[in-house]
Design a protein around this ligand. Structure first.
Ligand code: 1HN
Length: 339
């Protein structure tokens, strides 16, 4: 009996020969299926506003255009581990309360007047603010203003799915009650102080909002005094004030300043990332392909792709980004070149 027959007999017993597949499994460097891609705001914006007419927030649960990576089969995958989408909420609308095991962060792109409530704390959302809804926190959004509000959602959905750790629960009412005073988490954890009379038992940052006014001022001040790293320029990480670590257990987030005329050095990382243009414009070159970006454009960077930032303009360029590096680091799986 030949090798073919042996293969068939193994297969019939739910067995397989490792020696025929080992080279595909043990690749010298990562071979992600996600590809580099850019979504440009002038293209996305009219489609997003069209979705406002086509589906109500109540029907949709969340009215989002998912940034679907062209290299990945799943409907909710921007990279093998990261989800990204652009959400729009119209005036007077409510995105009803629910909770789930995936962690979420939001970066506000345009519009004012929206609020989100996270485990009883109401948080206002202004352009450039970072707001988090950590794992298993009740969250709902509302728009009490008179214009649509748009934000980038970043979640760890494909990671949670791959671990078969998805749980989801709707709240019995559309909106949860606001039970905490305004500024609750900020007063407790955002002032360089923490309550000495109680602990915080969760694996995520107790700060749920990082206002752009403050983050931008810090970024500009640091950039005025420092060139930052050769490959990132002045990149500041949003941190958990209790640990100094990432803002969410599975997602980190950054605000980055690239000075006018800068051509930074290339770098590879074993994390995958999603970038959002916040101010000015620039170019991200990924494995030799230039992706020019402007305000509210989104660019996805695959694992181990060579990334190079440039700012050919005369104004500073500001980028927001998030990545899955917190999942890699504790297990010794995080690598970067140049460091
Ligand atoms: C979700 O809960 C939100 O709360 C946004 O705004 C996007 C994508 C998939 C699953 C849950 C939100 C989401 C999501």
């Amino acid at each position: 009996m030949g090798a073919e027959d042996f293969g068939e007999r193994l297969k019939a017993q739910a067995l397989g020969p490792l020696w025929t597949v080992l080279a595909d499994a043990l690749t010298p460097t990562p071979r992600p299926r996600e590809v580099a891609h850019a979504w440009h705001w002038p293209t996305v914006r009219p489609l997003l506003y069209e979705s406002l007419e086509r589906v109500s927030a109540a029907e949709a649960e969340r009215r989002v255009l998912v940034l679907q990576n062209p290299g990945l089969p799943g409907p909710t995958a921007c990279t093998e581990t990261l989800y990204a989408g652009i959400q729009i909420i119209g005036p007077g609308e409510v995105a009803r309360t629910h909770r789930h095991t995936p962690n979420a962060l939001r970066f506000i792109m345009e519009g004012t007047g929206a609020v989100t409530t996270v485990d009883g704390e109401r948080l206002v959302m202004e352009r450039g603010d970072l707001v988090t809804t950590p794992t298993w926190t009740w969250h709902d959004h509302g728009n009490g203003g008179d214009e649509p509000v748009v934000w980038l959602d970043g979640l760890d959905i494909p990671l949670v799915q791959s671990l078969s750790a998805m749980f989801f629960e709707p709240y019995p009412e559309p909106q949860q009650p606001v039970t905490l005073p305004a500024g609750h988490s900020r007063h407790r954890y955002g002032m360089g102080l923490r309550p000495a009379f109680e602990g915080f038992p969760h694996p995520y940052s107790p700060l749920l909002s990082y206002p752009y006014r403050e983050a931008r001022a810090a970024l500009a001040a640091v950039a005025a005094a420092d060139r930052g790293s050769p490959w990132d320029g002045v990149r500041m990480e949003y941190t958990n004030p209790l640990s100094g670590g990432s803002v969410l257990p599975t997602l980190d987030a950054y605000l980055q300043w690239i000075p006018p005329g800068a051509v930074l050095q290339p770098v590879r990382r074993s994390s995958s990332s999603v970038y959002l243009g916040v101010e000015g414009h620039g170019v991200i070159t990924i494995d030799g392909t230039a992706f020019p970006w402007g305000v509210n454009d989104v660019v996805v960077v695959p694992s181990w792709a060579e990334v190079q930032h440039q700012n050919p303009g005369g104004e500073p360029a500001v980028l927001f980004s998030f990545s899955n590096s917190p999942v890699l680091r504790p297990f010794g799986l995080y690598r970067e070149t140049g460091a």
